[in-house]
Design a protein around this ligand. Structure first.
Ligand SMILES: [Zn+2]
Length: 284
């Protein structure tokens, strides 16, 4: 690894992408596919996302004139087409996120291809044909999956953590994520008592994200925040997210972009051959 700074457009010091994994109930359905429980509690908890959370997020982004990146499993698109239409109507990016939120490390290559085709078709049925980026469900990734997304001319992947700025892996642009910038590790709670990872105080979460932002900016990286409407759509968390946005909006050295814009920028650097961070980082 070199210590050369990543170059952002217009002399900006870092980039900020607000991304949302609009899962609906699909992770639950995938997890319980062999043994469906009679219980509806977690399903209802998750339905809060497509029923209410997503609309609060869209309202917040509109207020602050931010375009986000939304990754949607095919089944969620089929169940909540109005929400997908609303996301598209606001001009946000829509990306692929499996069909039933399948973990790709549990699938054969053929099955991965099938889920990609079905997931893409479900979204395009609502918003029309388009080229999209990909975020793997549960951030699990495999070599087979890279082969499949390349075959279908997916624009980029955003599932891995091998750097904190865009990089290349398997001839694909990678827009890195990280656990510290995922709302699920702080907010996801589906019962079990206070001793089982109780939901964090939103003020603490925002403070953590601000500190991570300062670190990423210092080293010129990509602040890719990942949120889930069923978690971050709750009232106190929306208010906290707004306080973070308001804090970040005061910083004129940020490049605000969608993931797709960052991927296109990274690709353009290769064409111009002017960034030191272009070489594949795999195995190095
Ligand atoms: Zn997801």
């Amino acid at each position: 690894m070199n210590s050369v700074r990543y170059t952002w457009p217009e002399g900006k010091k870092c980039a900020v992408v607000l991304s949302f994994d609009f899962d609906g109930i699909t992770p639950y359905l995938w997890r319980s596919r062999h043994s469906q429980s009679k219980g509806i509690s977690e399903k209802e908890q998750r339905r809060f996302g497509p029923r209410q959370g997503i609309y609060r997020i869209l309202e917040l982004l509109e207020k602050w004139e931010i375009k986000g990146s939304f990754y949607i499993p095919g089944v969620t698109a089929e169940e909540y087409p109005q929400a997908v239409e609303a996301i598209a109507k606001c001009g946000h990016e829509i990306g692929l996120h499996g069909y039933l939120h399948e973990r790709v490390d549990e699938l054969t290559r053929d099955k991965i291809e099938e889920t990609l085709i079905k997931g893409k078709a479900a979204i395009e049925h609502i918003v029309g044909q388009r080229k999209m980026g990909y975020r793997s469900p549960s951030w699990e990734m495999t070599e087979d999956t890279f082969e499949v997304i390349k075959k279908y001319e997916v624009l980029y992947d955003s599932s891995l953590m091998g750097a904190d700025h865009p990089y290349w892996i398997n001839q694909m642009v990678e827009l890195p994520v990280q656990w510290l910038l995922d709302d699920a590790i702080f907010y996801r709670y589906v019962g079990g008592g206070a001793s089982v990872n109780p939901p964090a105080n939103p003020a603490t979460v925002i403070d953590t994200w601000k500190k991570e932002f300062e670190g990423i900016k210092k080293y010129g990286g990509l602040f890719m925040l990942t949120m889930h409407p069923w978690l971050s759509g709750r009232g106190s968390r929306i208010l906290a997210l707004e306080s973070l946005i308001s804090y970040l909006k005061m910083d004129s050295e940020i490049w605000w972009a969608t993931a797709q814009e960052v991927a296109a920028y990274h690709q353009s650097l290769e064409v111009e051959g002017k960034n030191a961070c272009l070489t594949e980082m795999i195995d190095r």
